[in-house]
Write a protein that binds this ligand. Structure first.
Ligand SMILES: *Cc1c(COP(=O)(O)O)cnc(C)c1O
Length: 388
C-alpha cells in the first residue's frame, strides 16, 4: 500500500473486509449503545476501549474507515480524529496543544474563526496568541519564548494565499520542542502530505474537498505519533464525534478526490490566467501563477493546484460590484468551497500585525467542475459589467 501513488491509495484506503463483510463501502452504523454479551467481554472492552466497538461516541466501522483512510493519506501519521465541522477540529487541536500560561505563534492570515478562537477561548484560559507575518518566517526563532507551546500555520492562507515554508517552520518547531499545527484545508493531504513534511498536527475542513458536494460539514485532525494520544484524549473529553451518515458521504467524496482536484486545479489556473489580463483586475492572487510571491514555494512543496484564488479589482462602486456578482450564470455566491459548483465571494481579509490593503473590492473564486471555457466567459462578462 505505502508504495502506491496517492490516487491509488485513495481508492483502497480504510477498506477492511472485516468492517464491511465483503461489500465495497462500509455500512452506515447508526449507533450509540454497543452490547456486550458477557461480563468478561464488557470488562475486556473497558480495559481497551479502542480495540473494537465500545460506545458509539468512540466510533464504529463507518467512522473507523474514514479516519483510517485519512491517516493513510498522511504518510507517517499515527491516527485521525473526526469532528462535526472544521471549526470544531481547530478548537480541539488548539486546546490539545496548549495549557494555561502558554503562548502560541499564529500566522496572521489564518481563517477568521481560528483567529476568533485564539482571541476568545484561548485568551479566557490564559493562553496568549501572538500573530506573525506569514511572509516572514525568519522572524520566528526570536519570537519563540520559554512558554511557547505551538506554531499554528495555514498555507496557502485563507483569502490571501500566502505560501509559507511549512517544512522549515515545522523543523524549527520540532527542534525547539514546540508543536507545529497546519490548517491543510486548501491542499488536502493529496497535494501536500503535511505529516511527511514534518508537521505534528494536520487539520482539515472535510466540508470542502473531501465531502466535495456541499452536502455535509465535517472536520479532521491527523496527528504524528508523538502528538496523537494527547489529541485523541482531548477530542474525546470534549465529546467530539462525527455522524455516521456524514462519514459515509465523506468516504464517497474521498474516492474521487484525485480526479476532482486535478480538474479544479486546471480550471483555476486557466481562469486565473485569463482574468489577469482583464482591465478591471488590479491583480490576481494565485500562487500557482509565475510572478506570484508564493510561486516558488508552491512549486517546491505542492503536487498540484486546488480550486481557489482571489482577484483584487480596480476601484469601483458597490453598484458596479453588484452588477458583476448578481448576474453571474455559473458562480453562486456563498461560503465554503470544494463542491462541484463554482462560487464567488466578496471578501475583506482581517489582519492583526500585518497590513492587507487593496484599493478596490476583492473576490475569492472557487472553480467547480464546470467547463473552464464557460467559467472564463461568465467571469469576463461579469468584470465587463463591473468596468461599466
Ligand atoms: C472552511 C474552513 C474551515 C472551517 O471548516 P467548517 O467545516 O466550515 O467548520 C477551516 N479552515 C479553513 C481554511 C476553511 O476554509
Amino acid at each position: 500500500m505505502s508504495g502506491d501513488k496517492p490516487a491509488t491509495r485513495l481508492v483502497h484506503a480504510g477498506r477492511r473486509p472485516e468492517w464491511t463483510h465483503g461489500v465495497v463501502n462500509p455500512p452506515v452504523y447508526r449507533a450509540s449503545t454497543c452490547l456486550f454479551e458477557t461480563l468478561d467481554a464488557y470488562e475486556a472492552a473497558s480495559r481497551n476501549p479502542d480495540a473494537g466497538l465500545y460506545y458509539g461516541r468512540r466510533g464504529t466501522p463507518t467512522t473507523w474507515a474514514l479516519a483510517e483512510a485519512l491517516t493513510e493519506m498522511e504518510p507517517g501519521a499515527a491516527g485521525t480524529h473526526l469532528f462535526p465541522s472544521g471549526v470544531a477540529a481547530i478548537a480541539a487541536v488548539l486546546l490539545a496543544a496548549t495549557s494555561s500560561g502558554g503562548h502560541v505563534l499564529m500566522a496572521d492570515n489564518v481563517y477568521e474563526p481560528t483567529r476568533l478562537m485564539a482571541k476568545s477561548i484561548l485568551a479566557q484560559i490564559g493562553v496568549e496568541t501572538e500573530f506573525y507575518d506569514p511572509t516572514n518566517h525568519e522572524s520566528l526563532p526570536e519570537r519563540i519564548r520559554g512558554n511557547t507551546q505551538a506554531i499554528y500555520m495555514e498555507s496557502p492562507g485563507s483569502l490571501t494565499f500566502e505560501v509559507q515554508d511549512v517544512p522549515a517552520i515545522a523543523a524549527l518547531a520540532r527542534a525547539r520542542g514546540i508543536l507545529s499545527i497546519l490548517d491543510n484545508t486548501w491542499a488536502t493531504p493529496l497535494l501536500f502530505p503535511a505529516i511527511r513534511h514534518g508537521v505534528d498536527l494536520s487539520v482539515q475542513s472535510l466540508t470542502k474537498y473531501v465531502v466535495g458536494h456541499s452536502d455535509a460539514l465535517m472536520g479532521s485532525v491527523t496527528a504524528a505519533p508523538d502528538a496523537w494520544q494527547n489529541l485523541r484524549n482531548t477530542a474525546l473529553r470534549l465529546g467530539q464525534t462525527a455522524a455516521p451518515d456524514d462519514c459515509a458521504l465523506a468516504l464517497r467524496g474521498l474516492r474521487t478526490l484525485a480526479v476532482r482536484m486535478e480538474r479544479h486545479g486546471k480550471t483555476a489556473l486557466a481562469l486565473a490566467q485569463a482574468l489577469a489580463a482583464h482591465p478591471a483586475v488590479e491583480r490576481v492572487i494565485c500562487p500557482g501563477l509565475p510572478g506570484d510571491p508564493g510561486h516558488a514555494l508552491w512549486t517546491r512543496d505542492f503536487s498540484g493546484y486546488a480550486s481557489l484564488f482571489a482577484i483584487a479589482l480596480k476601484p469601483g462602486s458597490r453598484e458596479a460590484l453588484a452588477a458583476c456578482v448578481d448576474n453571474l450564470r455559473h458562480f453562486g455566491m456563498g461560503f465554503s468551497f470544494g463542491g462541484y459548483e463554482s462560487l464567488v465571494l466578496p471578501v475583506k481579509p482581517m489582519r492583526t500585525v500585518t497590513r492587507w490593503q487593496t484599493e478596490g473590492p476583492m473576490l475569492r473564486i472557487h472553480c467547480g467542475l464546470e467547463d473552464a471555457d464557460d467559467l472564463i466567459a461568465d467571469m469576463k462578462n461579469g468584470l465587463d459589467r463591473y468596468a461599466g
